[in-house]
Design a protein around this ligand. Structure first.
Ligand SMILES: NC(=O)C1=CN([C@@H]2O[C@H](COP(=O)(O)OP(=O)(O)OC[C@H]3O[C@@H](n4cnc5c(N)ncnc54)[C@H](OP(=O)(O)O)[C@@H]3O)[C@@H](O)[C@H]2O)[C@@H](O)CC1
Ligand SMILES: Nc1ncnc2c1ncn2[C@@H]1O[C@H](COP(=O)(O)OP(=O)(O)O)[C@@H](O)[C@H]1O
Ligand SMILES: [K+]
Length: 462
């Protein structure tokens, strides 16, 4: 599990460790790890041109001490301060003693730029003095962010105004949620974690890795039959959108349930493509309701919600949901909105949801007493308490019509197979992203090809 911790949690762990260590030891650990990563990125340290952008806090101190280490190995290191009056004194002395220099402006050429403007102490968008330095980062230089890209909110991934776009981020002690969640995640590049010995409690966010997904996949045993494996019911499609029913069923057939039952007006289209599908009402272990329903279908959604089994509500099924009804359900509910649908559910704007994805997904879970999966550039899954799950496999190629229908069928199938709602949603998003990467491999994909690649994505986790 990749785990991420809030600034408050990191600060508390840092205080506890600092109390037990000689003064400055923690910053030296951070700087040593940072310098090692930089040295690895430079083909040759000796003679390399390194520029340090130095802010007024300890983030700047890390950059200066790492710069001193590189200068001692023969790099030409130039520091530029955001506010020369408030530069980290110890760090500056170390840099100058190692042969580095302090300059007024950013040099026109560099092999590597260290962004030490702000780290976890940053608040809001970058101030003009910092933004002006970022603008002058020489083209072609490798940009390494110290702890996190300056301008990214460590706790949420929000970016208000200017922010550094790093090739590599070297983060200390723990991942911060903002490094895993967009728009911050896309500013961070490759994230390298330097262990500085912090001991940490429960994380704020976490991302399942291959092995955890493998352990959660429902695999039949000798005593399985199709009913024991779980039946998933799909209420989807309309005369206007019959394809959504076909796509939801395509995902459901590949999610590990023993059978898929389709209920709705697109049975002919579904059967023409998937003769394996059962048609009409009957007992199920989980429902998927919503893809391609169109309008005027609230009674069918209500009927599904009245069944005391897990229900995944997607797309048109999300219209006008009553929080009280969902809270009163005896079985879990899983909501899978994109940002626009989440905005309607929260009474916010789409822009507000996209700018604050972590807060939004938590708010959905709390308001509706449900597990919420917020789709988009980093898919997030939240329950009312506990860490938010961040999906690490997404790809922008997924932004194609019908891919969400495949996801809802797949995830509903995992629910019917017995995964709890948080795991079904996390595993569904994980396999969906992996399948899309395989199906696309660098070219536009069709939603049906995501479904076709699901078995391969699944097999990658024996
Ligand atoms: N935690 C750990 O375990 C370890 C932490 N370590 C390191 O310490 C870092 C945290 O250091 P920190 O607390 O000094 O804060 P930091 O990120 O340098 O920023 C504060 C300064 O920035 C300024 N400023 C704020 N917002 C701004 C903005 N928008 N635009 C421009 N400026 C802004 C703010 O100004 P002020 O508000 O005071 O005027 C203040 O001066 C951490 O990220 C890691 O690198 C490691 O060394 C060891 C292990
Ligand atoms: N920029 C993006 N990066 C990664 N994944 C994306 C991006 N945009 C959309 N997606 C994913 O594509 C899918 C789109 O689902 P949805 O919006 O419901 O589309 P549709 O209704 O056409 O099926 C979701 O899984 C979502 O997470
Ligand atoms: K930084």
């Amino acid at each position: 599990m990749r785990t991420a911790y809030s600034v408050e949690t990191v600060r508390a762990a840092e205080r506890e460790l600092i109390a037990r260590l000689p003064e400055g030891a923690l910053m030296q650990r951070a700087a040593a790890g940072l310098a090692a990563v930089c040295a690895g990125l430079l083909r040759k340290v000796y003679g390399a041109r390194v520029v340090l952008l130095v802010g007024p806090g300890d983030n700047g101190g890390d950059a200066l001490y790492a710069g001193a280490r590189l200068a001692r190995r023969g790099a030409g290191v130039t520091a530029v301060a955001m506010d020369p009056e408030r530069i980290h004194g110890g760090g500056l002395r170390a840099l100058l003693a190692a042969g580095g220099r302090l300059a007024d402006g950013v040099p026109a050429r560099a092999d590597l730029v260290l962004d030490g403007l702000v780290g976890i102490g940053g608040r809001g968008g970058l101030r003009p003095a910092a933004a002006a330095l970022v603008e002058r980062i020489p083209a072609g230089a490798v940009v390494v962010a110290v702890d996190l890209p300056s301008g990214v909110d460590a706790d949420t991934g929000e970016v208000a105004g200017a922010a550094v776009r790093a090739d590599v981020t070297v983060t200390f002690g723990a991942y911060k949620p903002g490094l895993l969640i967009d728009p911050g995640a896309s500013r961070a590049g490759v994230v390298r974690l330097v262990d500085i010995g912090l001991s940490l409690p429960e994380p704020e966010a976490e991302a399942l890795q291959d092995a955890e997904v493998a352990a959660l996949l429902p695999v039949p045993t000798a005593s399985s039959d199709k009913y024991r494996r779980g039946v998933v019911g799909v209420v989807a499609g309309s005369s206007q959108y019959p394809g959504a029913a076909v796509l939801a069923v395509s995902g459901a057939l590949r999610g590990g349930a023993g059978a898929v039952r389709y209920v709705g007006p697109a049975a002919d289209a579904v059967l023409a493509r998937y003769p394996e599908t059962l048609i009409g009402r009957g007992r199920v272990q989980a429902w998927v309701v919503g893809p391609g329903l169109g309008s005027g279908r609230a009674a069918e959604v209500a009927e599904v919600l009245a069944d005391p089994v897990p229900v995944l509500v997607d797309a048109d099924g999300l219209r006008g949901l009553d929080p009280e009804v969902l809270r009163g359900r005896p079985a879990p509910t899983l909501l899978t909105p994109h940002a626009g649908e989440a905005a309607a559910l929260l009474g916010a704007s789409r822009q507000e949801v996209e700018a604050a994805r972590l807060t939004s997904v938590r708010a959905l879970a709390v308001k509706y007493g449900a597990v919420a999966l917020l789709k988009g550039s980093t898919t997030l899954v939240a329950a009312a308490g506990g860490p938010v799950r961040v999906n690490p496999t997404g790809t922008p190629w997924l932004a194609t019509a019908g891919s969400g229908d495949v996801l809802s069928g797949l995830t509903g199938s995992l629910l019917a197979a017995g995964l709890d709602a948080l795991d079904a949603a996390s595993v569904g998003a994980y396999l969906h992203g992996l399948a899309a990467r395989r199906a696309a491999s660098g070219a536009p994909l069709l939603a049906q090809h995501i479904a076709d690649s699901l078995p391969e994505a699944w097999r990658q986790h024996p």
